[in-house]
Design a binder for this molecule. Structure first.
Ligand SMILES: Nc1ncnc2c1ncn2[C@@H]1O[C@H](COP(=O)(O)OP(=O)(O)OP(=O)(O)O)[C@@H](O)[C@H]1O
Ligand SMILES: [Mg+2]
Length: 272
């Protein structure tokens, strides 16, 4: 039986600048190509929100901070795009001290409307990060193949373990292949967790951010876009396996039309 609650998938990493927001925008856009209007990405980086910018939303009329401060309902904070991706952006001008917040309660309402709700998180381990992580069913941990990022990734694994939030896998991002990077085989061995995608450093990514269109739509054949689509495919397969979305419809087997028998003169023995 299908589970009728959307999956809350969080993209986390303690290290900043490793590609979390880019991953959220592109995974969301790639999934929306398959699950039109049933995918939402949500800003949970309250203090330095920039998810909306990746979709060209510069000055949203309503933002996640309005929801957190109880001014509006979560469903009133949704912005839409013409490519089927919904988003709850944050305010780029937010400047206030954060108190504790119940993101789990806030986001619950979205499960009814969406198959997948992807959270973009802040780096570090402030209040907003723990609140976001507690709201998740599963995590994708973003990592760059550099020493500080790997240290941050291990910290994020420990936090997930402490909160008992399952990790779906690791996304290696901004991979250049330069000799100072930690070899991917070493990272895979160290983290000992499934690597869901290896996203190369690709100039089309910052270009797409400047244009305000996710790279999977802006430059669909660029190396980063190709890898983000593979990541989306892995998430879709996972969602089908957990019965969050309907299985791929099997094509009805075409009725085989038996070839006309040629009645030849056969003996009884040959008919058996
Ligand atoms: N694959 C890529 N190729 C080239 N540039 C990239 C790639 N991924 C991300 N970037 C660039 O790296 C910078 C940081 O990316 P992003 O904002 O996604 O990281 P983040 O982990 O969300 O950062 P923060 O922790 O500050 O929220 C951005 O300028 C983005 O355009
Ligand atoms: Mg970010």
């Amino acid at each position: 039986m299908r589970v009728k609650r959307g999956l809350i998938l969080g993209v986390f990493s303690a290290k900043g600048g490793v590609g979390k927001t880019t991953t959220v925008a592109n995974l969301g856009a790639a999934l929306a190509q398959k699950l039109k209007d049933r995918v939402i990405i949500v800003e949970t980086n309250m203090t330095a929100s920039n998810l909306g910018l990746h979709l060209g939303i510069l000055d949203p009329p309503v933002v996640i901070q309005d929801v957190v401060f109880g001014r509006i309902k979560v469903t009133e904070a949704i912005s839409t795009t013409d490519y089927g991706l919904h988003v709850i952006p944050g305010s780029v001008a937010f400047m206030a001290e954060l108190g504790s917040m119940d993101l789990s309660g806030i986001l619950e309402e979205l499960r009814k409307k969406y198959d997948v709700i992807i959270l973009d998180s802040a780096p570090g381990f402030g209040l907003e990060v723990f609140a976001g992580m507690k709201a998740c069913d599963e995590l994708l941990i973003c990592c760059q193949p550099r020493v500080p990022a790997i240290a941050g990734t291990l910290q994020t694994f420990r936090a997930a373990d402490r909160l008992k939030i399952p990790v779906f896998g690791v996304v290696l991002s901004r991979v250049t292949g330069k000799r100072f990077e930690i070899p991917l085989s070493d990272i895979k061995r160290t983290l000992d967790w499934p690597t869901m995608a290896v996203i190369p450093e690709d100039d089309m990514v910052p270009e797409s951010v400047t244009r305000g269109i996710p790279v999977v739509l802006h430059a669909p054949n660029s190396p980063a876009a190709v890898e983000y689509r593979k990541l989306a495919q892995a998430v879709l397969v996972h969602m089908r396996a957990c019965k969050r979305i309907a299985p791929r419809r099997k094509l009805k087997a075409r009725k085989r039309i038996a070839p006309r028998r040629k009645f030849a003169k056969v003996g009884i023995g040959e008919l058996r």
